[in-house]
Design a protein around this ligand. Structure first.
Ligand SMILES: [Zn+2]
Length: 320
């Protein structure tokens, strides 16, 4: 059986060089081990060797027996830059991924990142990345600088991806600088990643379903991280809540031709939950939903080989 890791992250060298050269809203410093730290508004990421050294990453894969990784970019994304710079950096990232795919085709393939703060350019970059660079699909974040994914300006991106017949992988985002409670200055205890990222995925997917984006584009394929966040837990609630609300409130504020679960079932859910996958067998959840997944026989660490905004946690030791 071929073992393919769908969820991991990598920063191409050309992207890091472009950040150093500027302009960028990211400032780079280095820790005592020589790892770059990307400081951006609201948070920072430490780039351990697996994030930025493709030979190191390849050696790790061989060591743990993973056949192939689908590389993706990660936070903070290029949308934190000016639109013009966002477009430039997205191209640099995608060109870097294409080069890795050519030089290391035995170990790696990749998804493109898109400059979503310039939707027109994002459409063009999606087409270039898929058709010219031969990247497999695209990755976007769960919001674009605070805008929900069902904002009308993003529809052309979804239309293009439906036309290309390639999936969109939705990755959560959010920063420490956004507090969880009024009166506090930051999100404490890394709850912005532990809890709010899966919640962000949940909200993003629900907005795309309930706004009718999936209904309007039957060919649109979505892949969600963390098994769709809370969706598997809430599938029963998502199933009956619209009918109950209509009964109680006397009106229906959802205008879909089909039941919402029809659209939720069209989405692919990865299994990189870093949690108890026993929930996959919860009542109402079909294993058929779980399609783009890590092989369950893989060690947990494989899903974190790239990781995002990672502190040098214990799990990294397996990779260095
Ligand atoms: Zn991730």
């Amino acid at each position: 059986m071929m073992i393919i890791d769908f969820h991991n992250h990598f920063y191409p060298a050309e992207y890091l060089e472009a950040l150093e050269a500027g302009p960028s809203n990211i400032k780079i410093t280095y820790d005592e081990d020589g790892n770059p730290l990307l400081h951006y508004p609201g948070d920072y990421n430490i780039l351990v060797p697996s994030h930025r050294d493709i030979d190191h990453r390849a050696a790790v894969l061989e060591k743990v027996g993973v056949d192939k990784q689908i590389l993706t970019f990660t936070t903070p994304g290029t949308h934190i830059e000016t639109p013009q710079r966002s477009v430039e950096l997205a191209k640099i990232v995608n060109n870097g991924f294409a080069k890795i795919m050519q030089e290391h085709s035995d170990h790696f393939t990749a998804l493109a990142t898109l400059p979503m703060n310039d939707p027109e350019a994002a459409v063009a970059e999606a087409e270039r990345a898929i058709k010219d660079l031969r990247l497999r699909a695209v990755e976007i974040f769960s919001d674009v600088a605070g805008k929900p994914l069902d904002a009308p300006e993003f529809m052309p991106v979804y239309e293009k991806m439906a036309e290309l017949g390639r999936p969109i992988f939705i990755h959560p985002r959010g920063e420490m600088s956004t507090p969880d409670y009024e009166g506090e200055k930051i999100s404490k205890y890394r709850l912005w990643t532990k809890v709010r990222w899966p919640y962000a995925t949940t909200m993003a997917v629900c907005r795309l379903v309930y706004s009718g984006v999936l209904e309007r584009l039957p060919g649109l394929k979505l892949v969600t991280h963390h098994c769709g966040g809370l969706i598997p837990y809430l599938v029963g609630r998502l199933d009956w809540a619209d009918d109950v609300n209509e009964m109680l409130m006397g009106q229906r504020d959802i205008d879909l031709k089909e039941h919402a679960l029809v659209y939720f079932r069209r989405i692919f859910y990865d299994t990189a939950v870093s949690g108890n996958i026993g929930r996959f067998s919860a009542p109402g959840i079909s294993p058929a939903w779980i399609k783009w997944s890590l092989a369950r026989t893989c060690p947990l660490e494989i899903s974190s080989a790239g990781g995002s905004s990672a502190r040098p946690l214990r799990r990294w030791k397996a990779w260095d």
